[in-house]
Design a binder for this molecule. Structure first.
Ligand code: CTP
Length: 415
């Protein structure tokens, strides 16, 4: 498939296809971000019904939100467009989730009290809570956020079953700096998708390694490889979506940390080993996607190596790096079945034969093969799953789609 065809196929398979989301806006300057949020939700395939409070309409117009959602916006509980005149019932029963973004301090207080004197709070109260989750993306000044009343109300909402998405930190519209900014639209979408995902890894603690390593030759040079880290980051995201607690040990890459994932940055293979040793005892699943350098210069020079004009090239001696996956796979917990290990093989040819041999050599129950040069840096991949039962190909798809399939496969193999 060419790139355009692939892009179209991915859009048709958006993360929220068939989902119906009520997007509630309450009064706050972050309403300007809700236009982008609405656009992203639609782009992921969701049907979006916007509901705005009177205060929200002071910040952004229903015209904008109608144009982006392609549906008339609701703002009043007396809206006569509904034949039964009950928009709070109809809208909440048609929804798969209610997402309030931005959610003001005042609206949080209203929800905590169970108020119902305008459409959005009425709809939240009337929703079938067991089936329709309520997700809250607060936005307010940092003092309002820190105020005990707000924190008390937030605790009440959590106790009542709402999903609190947290806030961002940084410069605020009021000129102050601190906690209380609304999360970025892409972060909110990532959290919503995760919340609505199946949970085959619920209760699991997953440790993922990702990206290349960098082995220093001197303070300005080193040996690395073309791994982009995208597959490992996608797996960390998919594992979090699937309900696991996730730690991601990442080599030098400039990728954003997936939401809800704890990240530990490393550079060399030995740092990778150290980070893994510190985390692995708490893990129940270990997924090694990192492209670890097999060798490192025996001695990194303390100062930059200079040309001496003689035309002589410096001689580099190498020593072998620790094989992190093999060590973990040989640990007592792994051999006892308390830690499920998954290896990756980046090959340039004879994928199946190499993957089968590598699985035996590393002593892992599941080995995932891919063609390194064809996938490094790309957004798409093909995976070959090799385990004791045989071989299964996951055909070409986005790395995130493959990561989700792989996570489901892992979930199905756990004791
Ligand atoms: N791996 C590791 N530590 C190493 C080398 C590899 O943890 N020092 C892990 C990788 O993260 C991957 C798997 O082992 O999950 C296989 O990595 P790969 O580089 O394909 O295999 P190698 O063991 O290096 O074998 P070869 O170079 O012969 O292909």
């Amino acid at each position: 498939m060419d790139n355009c065809g692939q892009a179209a196929a991915d859009a048709a398979a958006g993360d929220l296809v068939g989902r119906r989301i009520v997007l509630g806006l309450t009064g706050g300057i972050a309403c300007y971000k809700s236009a982008e949020l609405c656009r992203l939700l639609v782009k992921q395939g969701a049907g979006v019904q916007v509901v705005m409070t009177e205060a929200a309409e002071r910040f952004i117009t229903p015209v904008t939100m109608q144009a982006l959602s392609n549906r008339p916006v609701y703002g009043s509980q007396w809206d006569a467009r509904e034949p039964n005149n009950m928009p709070h019932i109809n809208l909440s029963r048609e929804a798969d989730a209610v997402l309030i973004a931005p959610c003001s301090a005042d609206f949080i207080a209203r929800l905590a009290q169970g108020r119902a004197d305008e459409l959005l709070s009425l709809l939240c109260l009337a929703r079938p809570a067991a089936r329709v989750p309520l997700l809250i993306a607060p936005a307010m000044n940092r003092e309002m956020w820190l105020h005990p009343a707000t924190q008390r109300n937030m605790a009440q909402l959590a106790a009542d079953g709402a999903v609190l998405l947290g806030v961002g930190s940084g410069p605020q519209a009021c000129g102050e700096t601190g906690d209380g900014r609304m999360l970025e639209p892409a972060e909110i979408v990532e959290d919503l998708v995760a919340h609505l995902s199946p949970k085959p890894l619920a209760g699991q603690r997953v440790l993922v390694t990702a990206g290349p390593t960098f082995e220093a030759i001197d303070p300005v040079r080193g040996i690395t490889n073309l791994s982009s880290g995208k597959m490992g980051f996608a797996i960390a995201r998919a594992a979090r979506e699937a309900g696991a607690e996730v730690v991601l040990v990442a080599g030098p890459v400039s990728l954003a940390t997936p939401r809800g994932v704890q990240r530990v940055d490393i550079r060399s293979a030995r740092e990778l080993l150290l980070a893994v040793e510190q985390q692995v005892d708490a893990a129940t699943v270990f997924i090694a996607t990192a492209a670890v350098a097999d060798w490192r210069p025996a001695q990194a020079a303390g100062q930059k190596i200079k040309k001496d004009g003689s035309g002589q090239v410096p001689a580099l001696d190498f020593v072998e790096n620790p094989d992190v996956l093999a060590r973990v796979a040989q640990s007592e917990r792994a051999r006892a079945g308390a830690l499920y290990c998954v290896g990756f093989a980046a090959e340039s040819e004879s994928l199946l034969a190499h993957a089968q041999a590598k699985r035996r050599r590393k002593g892992v129950p599941l080995l995932v093969g891919n063609i390194g040069p064809a996938t490094f840096g790309q957004d798409h991949n093909v995976l070959l799953l090799v385990d004791e039962q045989g071989v299964r190909e996951l055909p070409r798809a986005s790395k995130l789609a493959l990561a989700r399939q792989l996570v489901a496969e892992i979930g199905a193999r756990l004791p």
